[in-house]
Design a binder for this molecule. Structure first.
Ligand SMILES: *Cc1c(COP(=O)(O)O)cnc(C)c1O
Length: 400
């Protein structure tokens, strides 16, 4: 590989190489690191050049709401990692979902989505897209018959998160993609939990991948951002929305995510190994009723997950004996883990979904989503697993 030239979408390079190298374009300063371009606009040598750029007759930067070189480096790198033709970065994960919906849907269209979605995604679909005449039906993630039954001639988009949060349910992406194709709808997969290091939905037939870069792409809890990856055709529409409506990513945040991507493969492998070690230990503890994690042999879709995923990620759903009291006492006995609803960090986080992330759901919705009072969610970080076990053992041992 020639170090001095532009380095964009090299073929035949492995994931970890792309994560470090893809997307960078060196400037004449010959910098080794990825540069940050904190500029709102760009200048031209002449009125004629400006006219050509504005008319779109000549490629190039105009204004950072449209394009910015640091943001583009992040977009090229993530596109290479997901195996997509193009990526458009956004100001947050929610902005990525909003931009996708604005780009592809219109009044009267329908979405079919998995019931176990991120809470704000449900609000976006029901409260805001609903205002503009787009309706969403929710189905059980892993039940393809339910997906098929919910599709109507108006369905344009299937939307899923797999594995789900916090119960680690899995859907067969290839079969869901075939269903979408059969009905001339797009399939979008929110790949936040596994990232392309552990799951590549486009290779399995999905049309679009959505990211909250805030989570594992950054990986260290520093910045908010998002992205959509897919084919040129759809991404040109998404780009049009971001360029016009304004939920663009800042160059500073793009630079943080570029740094995050460099270690993505290593981190996701380490997160998965730590999570599996903890999941196996928790499963054997007498104060634990059940552990939901697709990496465990006891998981009902373990075989599918092993085929579709290169690891199971960091998020564990753990049912503690003794309902809410038991769950809260385990959480309150921790000294190392952070009690917070966030995830995707090197720091392990622990939360009680029924009263936090899923607290606004009705009792019926909670029951449908499988969120019971004894459930805690642990997003396993990169601390030593023995220290994490000791942190949980303090509360768990007091329950038996
Ligand atoms: C956090 C999250 C989002 C939203 O991302 P933001 O960057 O917070 O806007 C969407 N989907 C999933 C699965 C998430 O965890």
């Amino acid at each position: 590989m020639h170090q001095d030239g532009p380095f964009e979408h090299p073929d035949n390079l492995a994931f970890d190489t792309l994560a470090v190298r893809a997307g960078q374009r060196r400037t004449d300063e010959q910098e080794h690191g990825d540069p940050i371009f904190p500029t709102s606009s760009f200048v031209y040598a002449s009125a004629e050049e400006a006219a050509r750029k504005f008319a779109g007759d000549e490629p190039g930067n105009i204004y950072s709401r449209f394009t910015n070189p640091t943001v583009q480096a992040f977009e090229r790198r993530l596109a290479a990692l997901e195996g997509g033709e193009r990526c458009v970065a956004t100001s947050s994960g929610m902005a990525a979902i909003l931009a996708t919906a604005l780009a592809l849907l219109e009044a009267g269209d329908e979405i079919v989505a998995s019931r176990s979605l991120f809470g704000s995604t449900v609000s976006l679909f029901d409260k805001y897209l609903g205002k503009f005449g787009i309706t969403t039906r929710y189905v059980e993630l892993g039940n393809l018959d339910e997906w098929a039954a919910a599709i109507t001639p108006k369905t344009r988009l299937l939307f899923a998160e797999t594995p789900s949060n916090p119960l680690s349910e899995v859907v067969d992406i290839a079969r869901l993609a075939a269903l979408a194709r059969q009905h001339d709808a797009w399939l979008a997969i929110d790949n936040c939990f596994l990232t392309p290091a552990l799951q590549r939905p486009l290779a399995l037939g999905a049309d679009l991948v959505i990211h909250s870069a805030t989570k594992y792409l950054d990986g260290q809890g520093r910045a908010i951002g998002g992205a959509v990856v897919g084919r040129d055709k759809e991404l040109e529409e998404v780009f049009g929305v971001v360029r016009t409506c304004g939920p663009c990513l800042s160059p500073f945040n793009a630079w943080i995510f570029l740094k995050g991507l460099e270690t993505l493969g290593l981190r996701m492998k380490a997160h998965s190994e730590n999570a599996l070690t903890l999941a196996r230990w928790l499963e054997a503890h007498p104060a634990v009723a059940r552990v939901h994690y697709s990496g465990l042999a006891s998981h009902p879709q373990h075989e599918l997950a092993s085929r579709q995923q290169q690891g199971s990620g960091a998020v564990l759903g753990v049912e503690i004996q003794g309902g809410r009291d038991g769950a809260w006492s385990v959480i309150d006995a921790t000294r190392l883990m952070s009690i917070t609803g966030n995830l995707g960090d090197v720091k392990t986080t622990i939360t009680h979904p029924a009263t936090t992330t899923h607290g606004r759901l009705s009792e019926e919705q909670k029951a449908l989503a499988g969120i019971n009072e004894g459930l805690i969610r642990i997003a396993v970080g990169l601390e030593d697993s023995e220290d994490l076990k000791a942190d949980l053992a303090r509360g768990l041992d007091s329950l038996i």
